[in-house]
Write a protein that binds this ligand. Structure first.
Ligand code: HSE
Length: 433
């Protein structure tokens, strides 16, 4: 009988526990796909004394990475620790000791990917990372393998489950931002440091990885313009709803004239379109390839079992040998990947503005005048009768016709300097298709 493949699991948090559960509970099914039995040999965790909802088979659990890296019976390690350190040192220790690695850690790949992939190549090992982007959606395989015949023209997606969960709970139940963020943490959607979810860092790191797969270039994630959802509030979501839109944190990468335009920012998406209907911890990715046309992927992008699904698929790929072939034959995250030429993001689209103004005669004329001075034409305006005192400020909501985002930003800067303003304006792009 063929010997089983022994896997070491590093980290038994939300995802690690899910991976152990899946490997144990679906062992027969997984064996059929892998051609061999896959067993969890050991888990390495930070705190051995912590109570675990999922037991490690055989009870082999310890806190020293070398218990996995130096165990010759273990050939594959699932590195399911978040953040940069000790994850980076652990990955190096595993690769240098001959383990193939599967990981869900996108921050590690976005920050140190080329260095770690180089090391893996040097040691003849592979790193598989389907779970690092969009949880259970097989988007890494889709772009890297299934759509490999295409020149990808654009990627647009919702890549952070936590922020999407927050936005949809707020718009559907009127829930409070801080309460829903807490709930997202309890449900295991959020990063250990949830500010990375809500400030757009997580989605931007994922976009950098997808852009590498799609366009073959390496984009330092911190260079991608990024705005999170922290500046949003329930009123904004309600005004967007009144106009027939929802607000989503949208990641975009599109190619034109040899340059890439990339950004992560909240945007209005029309109710009824796939991005607007992406709710809760779901993620969505829309890709346009020159041969295949537009494709849409939708599925749970965060949470224990969807992410474990992707990790275990990668373990199977590694065991079968597919991960090694991909790794050997493609320049995946190679240190000499060309750097991306990032275009200035100056999209031509409609814009949604919320401006807090004092409720006095002539104010609307002043604001529309400033917009007009910058060549911006107004499509609609909402101002509800308010009970608050005129001087405390009332929200004026404006939808523009399509115009350059650079022009709107200049107009908003001028508006925010004017004496009728009571608070900083919000300006969001509108994705109409
Ligand atoms: N914190 C991430 C999210 C988990 O909310 O999408 C999956 O990467």
């Amino acid at each position: 009988m063929t010997e089983p493949v022994r896997v070491g699991v590093v980290g038994m948090g939300t995802v690690g526990s899910g991976v152990v559960r899946l490997l144990v509970e679906s062992a027969d099914h997984i064996e059929r796909h892998a051609g061999r039995r896959i067993v969890v040999e050991r888990a390495v965790v930070k705190d051995v004394a912590k109570a675990r909802s999922v037991p490690v088979p055989g009870g082999k659990i310890s806190s020293d990475i070398r218990d996995i890296s130096r165990d010759p019976s273990i050939s594959v390690a699932a590195l399911l620790v978040g953040g940069l350190e000790p994850a980076r040192s652990m990955m190096i220790e595993l690769l240098e000791n001959g383990k193939d690695v599967v990981t869900a850690n996108k921050a590690l790949l976005a920050e140190h990917g080329p260095e770690l992939f180089e090391l893996a190549r040097k040691h003849g090992r592979s790193i598989a990372f389907e779970a690092a982007v969009a949880g259970g959606i097989p988007i890494v395989a889709a772009i890297g393998e299934c759509l490999a015949a295409n020149r990808i023209e654009s990627i647009r997606g919702i890549l952070n489950g936590t922020s999407n969960f927050i936005l949809t709970r707020m718009e559907e139940d009127g829930a409070n931002y801080a309460d829903v963020l807490k709930l997202a943490q309890q449900k295991g959607f959020a990063e250990a440091d949830p500010s990375m979810d809500v400030d757009g860092t997580d989605a931007t790191q994922k976009l950098a990885i997808l852009a590498h797969l799609a366009f073959g270039v390496w984009v330092p994630w911190a260079e991608i313009p990024r705005t999170g959802i922290e500046g949003l509030d329930l009123d904004l979501l309600n005004y967007a709803g009144e106009l027939g839109y929802r607000i989503r944190l949208v990641a975009v990468a599109s190619r034109s004239d040899g340059k890439l335009a990339m950004r992560v920012a909240p945007a209005l998406v029309k109710i009824g379109t796939p991005l607007a209907e992406t709710r809760g911890a779901y993620n969505a990715v829309s890709i346009v390839g020159d041969a295949v046309g537009r494709m849409f992927f939708h599925g749970l992008g965060a949470g224990q079992m969807p992410t474990a699904s992707a990790v275990v698929a990668d373990i199977i790929d590694t065991v079968v040998g597919r991960a090694a072939i991909t790794f050997r034959t493609t320049g995946l995250l190679a240190a000499d990947s060309p750097a991306a030429k990032l275009a200035d993001v100056d999209s031509h689209e409609r814009h949604f503005l919320r401006i807090n103004v004092s409720d006095r005669p002539g104010v609307l004329a002043k604001i529309t005048g400033l917009l007009g001075d910058h060549g911006i034409s107004i499509a609609s305006v909402i101002q509800h009768a308010e009970t608050a005192s005129a001087d405390a400020g009332v929200p004026l909501v404006i939808m523009t016709h399509a115009c350059a985002s650079s022009a709107v930003q200049k107009a908003v800067a001028a508006i925010d300097k004017s004496d009728v303003i009571r608070g900083k304006s919000v300006c969001l792009g509108v994705l109409d298709e």
